[in-house]
Write a protein that binds this ligand. Structure first.
Ligand SMILES: Nc1nc2c(ncn2[C@@H]2O[C@H](COP(=O)(O)OP(=O)(O)O)[C@@H](O)[C@H]2O)c(=O)[nH]1
Ligand SMILES: [Mg+2]
Length: 380
């Protein structure tokens, strides 16, 4: 063999080898796109993955969430004060009004909604990440709370009027159970050496701006999770992320059946979710992509269903106010809206429950590995 042909052969072998390596790497890579309405639990789910398959939130990581907890505490007081106004209540204790004024001056309200309005609606997706990053750094600069004053917050939270607002929270949209978790731990959270606990981190409510990617290695497979913003205006960007996706994880807030969207109060949250699910599963780009449905916030649904009938959302629902029947009905609605010939994997869950989520995640990972293997053999 001439020198030139030896060289050509070696080169061809090296290319083959490279191709094999690329194929193997691709087969060991799983792309997962997490979709669903705002507040359905997408980012919380990622945190659970991080907890179980990532670095598990060592202290240095947990410290990074401190400002977000502070933001949530401040926001919760603002919401409770708004609620008080709408209920026409007045403070029971003397001197609280002064504390409120001081609070409002020291911790003005964070206007995340305004920030969202600044995210372009257009299809110019390529510039988006950079713009969103700039906005986030501005948000942090504009609204950085380096510590909280429990002497200001605790008396407000403890006042009878504010407590009444919390007890009557079902009558006022937006008051979450997390408020109690944070506000009853004020001493701990206001401590100068405060390090957020896992529970504090899972309770954080903070809309995802733009698109975020997270990678985890599980059983020597690389799982790439893409987390997105769920607001209506942001959904048209989802399509840019559809290519090469192994599976779509679609999140639904079960407790949204008697809620409306923050961004459009004329739309029922669960109905909107159902419609979005239909659009996603029927999108031609995703015809061959599997979908795993996560019916989340089961804990809140369980509490709600005793008081509010499911037929507020689905007039055709004639079942009793029973949790299992209700969830089954909702699951069936989603199944009817999925592509008929494909199996719809479903998980009914509570994304803030660390113990139960461990099992859910294990099953999900197994399913995804199966799907990936099947896809691999289909594409080979
Ligand atoms: N009670 C309850 N709260 C949840 C559950 N899942 C998420 N949350 C809370 O709902 C809020 C929104 O969750 P998030 O993951 O940010 O939603 P995203 O907008 O879809 O990313 C956060 O404050 C979470 O702590 C759940 O199953 N039960
Ligand atoms: Mg999010």
């Amino acid at each position: 063999m001439s020198k030139a042909s030896k060289f050509a052969l070696a080169r061809s072998r090296s290319i083959d080898h490279q191709l094999d390596e690329d194929r193997e790497r691709r087969q060991k890579e799983v792309q997962l796109l997490i979709l669903g309405g705002a507040g359905s639990g997408k980012s919380t789910f990622i945190k659970q993955i991080q907890l179980n398959y990532g670095d598990g939130f060592p202290e240095s990581e947990r410290l990074k969430f401190r400002t977000q907890v502070y933001e949530n505490v401040v926001e919760s007081i603002h919401v409770l004060l708004d609620c008080m106004k709408s209920f026409n209540l007045t403070f029971k204790q003397e001197g609280i009004q002064k504390k409120v004024q001081e609070f409002q001056l020291k911790y003005p309200r964070l206007n995340l909604k305004a920030l969202f309005d600044e995210i372009p609606d257009d299809d110019n997706f390529s510039n988006d990440t950079e713009r969103v990053m700039k906005m986030e750094s501005r948000l942090i600069r504009d609204y950085y709370i380096d510590k909280l004053d429990s002497g200001l917050i605790l008396p407000i939270w403890n006042d009878e009027a504010i407590q009444t607002c919390f007890t009557r929270r079902k009558e006022y949209a937006g008051i979450s159970m997390a408020y109690e978790h944070y506000l009853s731990s004020m001493k701990r959270i206001c401590d100068q050496y405060y390090v957020p606990t896992i529970k504090d981190i899972l309770f954080i409510r903070r809309p995802t701006l733009g698109v975020k990617e997270y990678s985890f290695t599980v059983n020597s497979f690389l799982f790439r999770f893409v987390d997105v913003a769920g607001q209506k205006s942001q959904r048209k960007k989802w399509i840019h992320l559809f290519e090469g996706v192994t599976a779509i994880f679609f999140f639904v807030s079960l407790s949204g059946y008697d809620e409306t969207l923050d961004e459009d109060e004329t739309l029922n949250s669960l109905q909107d979710s159902l419609q979005t699910f239909h659009q996603v599963t029927h999108n031609p780009y995703l015809e061959r992509t599997d979908c795993i449905l996560f019916l989340n916030k089961y804990d809140l649904f369980e509490q709600k269903i005793k008081k509010t009938n499911l037929n507020t959302c689905f007039p055709e629902y004639s079942g009793s106010p029973n949790t299992e029947m209700g969830v089954e009905f909702i699951r069936e609605c989603f199944r009817k809206n999925s592509l008929g010939h494909r199996h719809l994997y479903t998980h009914i869950m509570c994304a803030i429950d660390v113990e139960k989520m461990r099992n859910v995640l294990r099953t999900v990972i197994d399913t995804v590995m199966d799907l990936n293997m099947r896809r691999g053999s289909m594409l080979a």
